[in-house]
Design a protein around this ligand. Structure first.
Ligand SMILES: Nc1nc2c(c(=O)[nH]1)N[C@H]1C(S)=C(S)[C@@H](COP(=O)(O)OP(=O)(O)OC[C@H]3O[C@@H](n4cnc5c(N)ncnc54)[C@H](O)[C@@H]3O)O[C@H]1N2
Ligand code: MOO
Length: 634
């Protein structure tokens, strides 16, 4: 099979135009019970079959009277009424007997005897009576066509005596996950296996947009099998989605198959993520090939397929996404010629709503999970300047910028516990792993509320103080202890390389893995190496880096490296052995001007709570004796 590397690069608008103009979308209709019709779209007007109420009904508990008989009643001149002749007892909803035309509430009726009551105020005709058709008159329009049915609508339709309604059929969308490497969720994983979840994400989007998703088994990267499945699907479905196989790999067949069965209008859009998307039609059925990377799959599906589903589902107006303005918190570089859809989290910082960019790789599903919205960086721009105003297209119904706390800096497992505890009190905690120095720099640039740091000063043996003094000349920074933690060398339990301590790092057959420059752990490593008189150049793998303790431990566990410096909790999470090297202080640096902010106050409360400390203490290698305390420094 020849590789398909001839992706063209049309703009998003051009791609939409090419595809949409080639589609003839037919909206089918069906009759269903209104009680099953929530969120469906009416295909014809719904008209009341009966009036509601269909008789004159009492609106109150009391007595039915002839209004004329009560005229002139007052406190001084009460009028007496006789049962059955002048009044009848009546309850809310009861029909008004024909001889009467008004209701007096029971509270306004004085009982004189079994038969006689007295009233002190006259009734006006039809008072407290729901006359025929008060809510609906037979023949009246209850709902127009092309209306999305709400829970209240269902009540009124039933009130009008209607049960069966004509609605647009839900478009049937088949999602075909392709990839030999894919396995079903729950299957045991061998190297190279990927858990298939794109189809689930897309199916739930289909549901949200008013369609019905069909997902059968995973199809391996086999030309004939994919072709057979696509042929079957287009014959029955309103829209077909093929996931993956969109790019230039030796087993990327989707575009060829779609071209063979029908017509491909677009293969390749100048956007990121999602560039290799394929827009096609087979017979009359629209077909979209979404790239395999999960963020690319979800975003291209949303960008191109949503309005197709809306139209098929009978929605006349495409729902507009809500947009808000924000300032991008930090500089973002992007490539000319591609429109990048940046996932961002919104937060309030220094009195403004800021958008913090999240992971940009299209394999990181978490970036969509955490994102409040998308910022489109134009294909004609090379990026965004720090604090530049941007428009954010919201992905969530509710965004709580003022409840979102931004943190940058060193990575630590207890930050996850903090995030979880804060979520319990209604606050979002966004942590960016930038290394300690990166965190303090972000704080200096006003890109975050706080920074997690454990930077050893080799001169004094103290943590953090000297760095704060150098970086923040005119800004008072509070230091609050998060934890003390155990750093050490981790290695696989078989210890085939016989690691006993720092001295072994220079061994020739040993493959080391380091942390990024500016990470506190790397500062500690360099300090220790100096102490022991080891030159970094002697260490095989000194320049290979990971960004977090957990990914470092994962690399060692998988055999990608033999050893590295990191925290005990990460070593234990990956069942690694551990030689302790240092107990270090990890603090949170918080500018004084944010101290009174509700979010910081809640953070401090959580830090100082027994629940938080207990959870941290369940992990190995942590000491919470100073957790939450302000560390005094100049
Ligand atoms: N030489 C080039 N390589 C790639 C290019 C390119 O232009 N030239 N484009 C890259 C871009 S951009 C994207 S996006 C991807 C598109 O890849 P494919 O659509 O061909 O998909 P795969 O390679 O099969 O998968 C990519 C990735 O996603 C995982 N995956 C696939 N399906 C699922 C699923 N249903 N659930 C979860 N994860 C899934 C798959 O295992 C791979 O890891 O190509 C780049 N390469
Ligand atoms: O454009 Mo791909 O879609 O990088 O992820």
């Amino acid at each position: 099979m020849t590789r398909n590397i001839y992706l063209n690069n049309v703009s998003v608008e051009e791609a939409k135009k090419k595809w949409y103009s080639a589609l003839e979308l037919k909206r089918a209709t069906e009759k269903i019970d209104i009680r099953d019709a929530l969120d469906r779209i009416t295909a014809e007007p719904i008209v009341a079959k009966v009036s509601a109420p269909h008789y004159h009904a009492s609106a109150m508990d009391g007595i039915a009277v002839k209004a004329e008989k009560t005229a002139g009643a007052s406190e001084k001149n009460p009028i007496k009424l006789e049962k059955d002749k002048d009044y009848q007892m009546i309850d809310t909803g009861d029909p008004i007997p024909e001889v009467f035309n008004a209701v007096i509430m029971i509270e306004d009726v004085n009982r004189i005897s079994e038969e006689i009551v007295e009233i002190e105020k006259g009734a006006t005709p039809w008072q407290h009576v729901r006359t025929v058709g008060e809510s609906l008159v037979k023949g009246e329009l209850i709902l127009p066509a092309n209306h999305q049915i709400s829970p209240y609508d269902i009540g009124l339709v039933l009130d009008g005596g209607v049960i069966e309604v004509k609605v647009y059929s839900q478009p049937q969308v088949q999602i075909i996950p392709t990839g030999t490497e894919l396995v079903e969720p729950g299957a045991s994983l061998k190297p190279g296996n990927i858990i298939e979840f794109n189809s689930q994400v897309l199916a739930k989007l289909v549901q949200k947009w008013g369609g019905k998703a069909v997902r059968k088994k995973i199809i391996p990267d086999n030309y004939q099998e994919i072709k057979a499945e696509v042929s079957r699907a287009v014959a029955e479905m309103d829209l077909v989605v093929v996931t993956a196989g969109s790019s230039a790999g030796s087993e990327d067949y989707t575009a060829q198959i779609l071209a063979e069965l029908g017509e491909v209008f677009v293969h390749g859009v100048s956007m990121k993520p999602g560039g290799p998307v394929i827009l096609a039609r087979i017979g009359n059925t629209p077909v979209i090939g979404v790239p395999g990377y999960p963020v690319a799959a979800a975003l291209t599906f949303r960008l191109f397929a949503r309005s197709v589903i809306y139209k098929l589902a009978g929605k006349v107006e495409e729902e507009e996404d809500r947009k808000v303005k924000a300032k991008i918190v930090s500089k973002v570089l992007s490539s000319l010629g591609f429109r990048e859809f940046l996932r961002v989290k919104l937060s309030e910082l220094d009195g403004e709503v800021v958008a913090t960019p999240l992971a940009r790789s299209s394999g990181v599903m978490g970036s969509l999970v955490e994102a409040d919205g998308l910022v489109a960086i134009s294909e004609f721009s090379e990026g965004l300047n720090s604090k530049e105003e941007v428009e954010v297209e919201l992905l969530k119904d509710r965004v709580r910028a003022e409840k979102t706390l931004l943190s940058a800096g060193s990575n630590d497992l207890t930050l996850d516990i903090l995030k979880d505890e804060l979520a319990g009190t209604g606050f979002d905690f966004i942590t960016k792993s930038t290394g300690s120095l990166g965190g303090l720099t972000a704080l200096k640039r006003r890109e975050t509320h706080l920074a997690g740091t454990h930077l050893l000063d080799p001169e004094t043996g103290e943590y953090n103080f000297s760095y704060l003094k150098n970086l923040f000349k005119n800004r008072e920074i509070m230091l609050v202890n998060l934890v003390y933690r155990e750093q050490g060398l981790m290695f696989r339990k078989d210890n085939s390389k016989k690691i006993q301590g720092f001295e072994d790092l220079a061994k020739e057959d040993l493959l080391f893995i380091n942390r990024q420059r500016g990470a506190g752990t790397r500062v500690l490593l360099d300090y220790m190496l100096k102490e022991k008189g080891i030159n970094p150049e002697q260490i095989n793998g000194y320049d290979r880096i990971e960004y977090t303790h957990m990914t470092l431990a994962a690399a060692i566990a998988s055999g990608g490296a033999d050893t590295g410096l990191g925290i005990l909790a990460a070593a234990q999470a990956f069942d690694l052995d551990f030689i302790p090297i240092a107990k270090e202080r990890y603090d949170l640096a918080i500018p004084r001007e944010y101290w009174e902010d509700e979010r910081i106050q809640v953070l401090l409360k959580v830090l100082r709570s027994d629940e938080f400390k207990e959870r941290v203490n369940k992990l190995s290698g942590y000491d919470t004796s100073k957790t939450g305390q302000v560390i005094k420094h100049e």
